[in-house]
Design a protein around this ligand. Structure first.
Ligand code: UGA
Length: 442
């Protein structure tokens, strides 16, 4: 099939490349000339495991092309994917400026039947708006607008795209449904379903999935908080309930809260949509409140441990700045908030992250920059510190194991926001180890 992908951000680039990899001819469009120039040269602006190889092969074989001219890509295309940014607007709802600007241009570029697909995460009803904008300039018989939300995780996007657990297609048109099903069939050969539904349900499915996952994490974080009060261990609770297939083992890891560009934005947006329709979506309101508190809960533990709310004269090591491992993304990362709170209390910081030092520096406050030394290996963040704070579960922080802290630090005190280490080993190693929802080792 001939596919146009409008927007070469994260979703557009991964989708375009994976569609090209499965034998389609894909033209990706972006208004950013510099970016398109680099992509034409084979330079990929994001890091995603596995992307480089299939990008290079598809480009070499002529199935993956780039242009800044939308008029070059759309008339040829059987399917046009809109993968445009929908940042949070001032009112907590996604800002649709980019999507609508493109929709306004599409009608005059379509001259044969074309399926227009919205892949960006957009509020319920956006498909109707896109349809109306296109219909201003072209006969309604010549196109259908479909919602096809993506469920990719950063760091595993290619894998998620190639082997989706499900594909959701929202359309009332049989013709569009058939074309979309044909496109996705190669990705679900293992038998996973392509679920065709109405467009509004598909749009809401995306928000419901992210809100459910954010709620699941938050529920476990609250259980962890209760564990700390009653002297239980959240790891045991996780195993005890996760084996019930109705609950499931995944996304039950307590920690210092969820972050990233998706969960916080989508939870807020579904709350807003419900409110607009006169429904008070209470559970997600609590999820947001609990998550905000959870992000800085570790600072409270530090105040308790040091019996002070003034950390002047103290230096803390920070391991991990990104919102999760395998990415340099620091959007809504707990480390941003923790660093700010610690510096507010007079602390100096020694911070290390394998990928995210650059992005963290751009996003943090001047006060944090003035009081933080960024170091380029994890050992260096342990030099003469009063305590280590672990904010992200990068694999390399699991090794060297907890036993080594006693060699590396004079009097090791670890505040672990991601529960990396085994409690028995921490005890044996003779360190002070305070984690989330598990008994403290002193
Ligand atoms: C999330 C969803 O998992 C994807 O399905 C979705 O497509 C994507 O949002 C999106 O809407 O684009 P992502 O934000 O990349 O993907 O990251 P996740 O791996 O889901 O992690 C989100 C946050 O939850 C991280 O801060 C992580 O540390 C936290 N988390 C995750 C926990 O605290 N505990 C867990 O058990 C799992």
């Amino acid at each position: 099939m001939n596919i146009a992908v409008i927007g070469t951000g994260y979703v557009g680039l991964v989708s375009g490349t994976c569609f090209a990899d499965s034998g389609n001819k894909v033209t990706c469009v972006d208004i950013d000339e510099e970016k398109v120039g680099k992509l034409k040269d084979g330079q990929i602006p994001i890091y995603e495991p596995g992307l480089e190889t299939i990008f290079a092969r598809s480009q070499r074989e002529g199935r993956l092309n780039f242009t800044t001219d939308i008029a070059e890509a759309v008339p040829e295309a059987d399917i046009v994917f809109l993968c445009l940014p929908t940042p949070p607007g001032g009112d907590g709802q996604a800002d649709l400026t980019a999507v609508m600007q493109v929709a306004d241009q599409l009608g005059s570029l379509i001259d044969e039947y074309t399926v227009v697909v919205n892949k960006s995460t957009v509020p319920v009803g956006t498909g109707d708006r896109v349809e109306a904008a296109i219909a201003d300039n072209v006969d309604e018989e010549l196109f259908d607008v479909v919602s096809n939300p993506e469920f990719l995780r950063e760091g595993a996007a290619v894998e998620d795209f190639k082997y989706p657990e499900r594909v959701v297609i929202g359309t009332g048109s049989d013709r569009a449904a058939e074309i979309m099903t044909t496109l996705y069939e190669p990705f679900v050969r293992s038998g996973n379903p392509i679920i065709v539904m109405d467009r509004r349900s598909a749009e809401l499915t995306k928000y419901a999935a992210n809100a459910m996952l954010a709620t699941k994490i938050t529920f476990m974080n609250e259980i962890a908080n209760i564990c700390e009060k009653v002297g239980a261990n959240v790891d045991n609770i996780r195993r005890g309930i996760g084996t019930d297939s109705r609950i499931g083992k995944r996304f039950l890891f307590a920690g210092i809260g969820y972050g990233g560009s998706c969960f916080p934005k989508d939870v807020q947006a579904i709350h807003h949509t419900a409110g607009q329709h006169g429904y008070d979506f209470k559970i997600v309101d609590s999820v947001m409140e609990v998550n905000n508190a959870q992000k800085v809960s570790i600072v409270k533990k530090m105040e308790e441990y040091f019996a002070a709310d003034d950390f002047s004269g103290k230096t803390f090591g920070i391991w991990g700045l990104s919102f999760k491992p395998e990415t340099d993304d620091i959007r809504e990362a707990p480390a941003l908030y923790i660093a700010e709170e610690l510096v507010k209390r007079g602390a100096q910081l020694l911070a290390y992250d394998p990928e995210a030092i650059g992005t963290f520096k751009q996003a943090t406050t001047q006060a944090v920059l003035d009081n933080t030394t960024f170091v380029h290996d994890q050992q260096a963040a342990l030099n003469d510190i009063d305590a280590l704070v672990i904010c992200t579960e990068w694999n390399e922080f699991r090794r060297p194991t907890v036993d080594n802290f006693a060699d590396e630090m004079k009097d090791p005190v670890i505040f672990d926001g991601r529960n990396l280490y085994d409690l028995k080993r921490a005890k044996k190693a003779g360190i002070t180890y305070i984690s989330v929802g598990r008994p403290s080792i002193n």
